[in-house]
Each structure stands twice: as C-alpha cells, then as structure tokens.
Write a protein that binds this ligand. Sequence first.
Ligand code: ATP
Length: 351
Amino acid sequence: MTVRAPAKVNLHLGVGPLRPDGYHDVITVLQAVSLFDDLTATTLDPTTADPTAADPTAADPTAADPTTIDGVPSGDQDGVVVTVEVSGEGADPTARGPATTTPDVSIVPTGRDNIAVRAAHLVAEAAGITSERVHLTLTKGIPVAAGMAGGSADAAAALVAFDALWQAGLDRVALAGLAARLGSDVPFPLTGGTALGTGRGEQLTDVLATGEYHWVFALADGGLSTPAVYAEFDKLSEGRLRTGPTPADDVLAALRTGDPAQLGAALVNDLQPAALRLRPALRRVLETGRELGAVGAIVSGSGPTCAFLAAGATESVELAASLAGMGVARAVRRASGPAAGARVLEGPDGA
Ligand code: ATP
C-alpha cells in the first residue's frame, strides 16, 4: 500500500498575537504543490522481528505518561509495532538508536517520534487493531523542517494508508478529525488543492482558485524549527499592538483571477521577518529570485525554503536553472500547484 502526499506553500500566512494558551491564531491560504513524499506500509509476519529497526514501543522513562504523546497514543499500550525506514530528504543512515528527540531538526526520526508512526497508532485505536506488525518506508521528496509541512504530509499519508490497510472505514471527516489531533498542518495534505485555514490553521475552507501556478523552491542547508521561528516572531512583535492575523483578501482575490503576477504581488508571510532574523542569508536568496524575474518571492511558512512564483511554465524552467547556477541554494526544485491531496498509488494487491 503506497500513498503519496503533497507539500504545501503558504500563499498568505497572517499570524495573530500569542494567545494565553501558547498558540497563535492564523489566517492562512495554503496551496498543495507537486513535491511529494511516498509512504509505503507493509504488514509483516508478527512473529518475525526486524533486528535493524529501532523499537518504537520502548517505553520512554522520562515521559510523564508514556502511553500518550501530546494526547495521541504512543503505542506503548497496544500491540501494534511500527518500524520505519527513510530515504531521500532527511534520511540518516546512522539514526538507528531508540527514539529520542534528535537535536538536528533536519533529520527524520525513525522511532515513535516519527509523526507517521503516531498516525498509525491513532488509526489502530480508531479501528480497534490491537496486534499488528507493520513496516513503513518513507521516500521523502519534501525537504525536512523546511516550512513545507513534510511531516504533516507523511502523517496524512499514514492516515490514508492505515485506514485502507486495516479497513477502518474512516470517512473524510473522521480522517480530518484524527489529522487535527496530530497537528494543525495535517488536515490540509489530506485534501490538497488550495484552501483557507483559520483557527490554528486546521479549520479548512475551500477557496475559489483558477489556473495552474508554477513554483520554484530554493532549498536551504539545514532546517528551521517552527517553534523557534514563532518565538522569534513573538520577540519581534513585543510591544506592538496586534489585534489579529492579517486577513487574506488580496490573495483570495488574486486566486480568483488566475493571474500569477497578481498572486505574486499579493503573497504575504508574517513569519518572514522572524525567519530572516534567524537566517539572514535568505534575504539574498529572495533578492536573487526577484532579480531573475520571479513574479513573487517569499519564505515558505516558517522557512528556510524560499518559494518563487514564475509567470508560467517556461519561465519556471529558466528561473530554476538560473537560480541553481547562482549557487545561493542547496538545491532547487520546480513544482506546480494546486496538487491533489493524499492518495493511494498502489494497493496491497498491486492495483
Ligand atoms: P511545520 O509543519 O511545523 O511547518 P516543517 O514543514 O517546517 O514543519 P517538517 O518537515 O514537518 O517541517 O519537520 C518538522 C520536524 O518534525 C522535524 O524536525 C522532524 O524531526 C520531525 N518529524 C517527525 N516525523 C517526521 C516525518 N515523517 N518527516 C519529517 N519530519 C518529521
């Protein structure tokens, strides 16, 4: 069972002041783009142990309640064992130890901290699965800790894969409910397309968007931690009166026209000043893209990826080649949007 899920770019990210509960209200417009992670879930013989795998069910002695992580079952109580193997972006062949919080945010954990493993346990709980051994292969095309919601894409892919594999019969609403429990960014890659997100970003409404948009992404070395970027945002906002997140009217109007130049001019990211404070070198990347003819240039979400909107497909090819030639980015990727949400590529019977 292989499920493919897309990355996202925020066309608009309006962030409100820090709430007493530690979260921020946001008004965001998200577009799914054609950079994908593929998740393959395979059921293993329950009697066969995988000696190379980290044991995701090993109890964490430091956890106050080892049976849950942020309200999601950790897998310590069920008999469901999920092992993980990662290739592509964020793969680390040396990461074989027990699941711990890795200090390097750009490495994908292979234990129970992997958000796809957490998604598997949620579906197991919903489906009443108490004993299974499954192996996950993540082929990551989405850069890690890069502001493109790669982990959320994997979680969405895992929800779809395990719902199908275990015949849980969860409809879209039920899947979206589980997704919101895993993280504010997880419901969006389930549906894909272009959507308005409110609340913490998890309350999604379809938006009227016409046209296809051609993006070029400049990937950076290393990741940026989303909480660190929000903390920097709070520092920068201190003492300034902010009533609520910036509304997305300009981006929504531009999406109705389908005109990339209009959309490019309307892109907003309230987290960008914070990301630039933490990574000043990104200023030069954004300037370079603009000089090379991008109609829009913005830090993607919490960064450090820079997203450039091109006037069309041909312009995106030229922009990508020129940006790569300037050597301002670790890698350059082209993608188009809106892309579809998480979908099954291949079933257990090879269908
Ligand atoms: P956000 O969704 O908060 O904007 P992001 O898109 O910037 O985050 P992700 O690629 O989702 O970044 O990674 C965020 C962190 O999540 C990483 O530091 C990584 O250690 C952890 N993580 C857990 N599971 C995964 C996964 N399956 N893929 C990528 N990262 C994961």
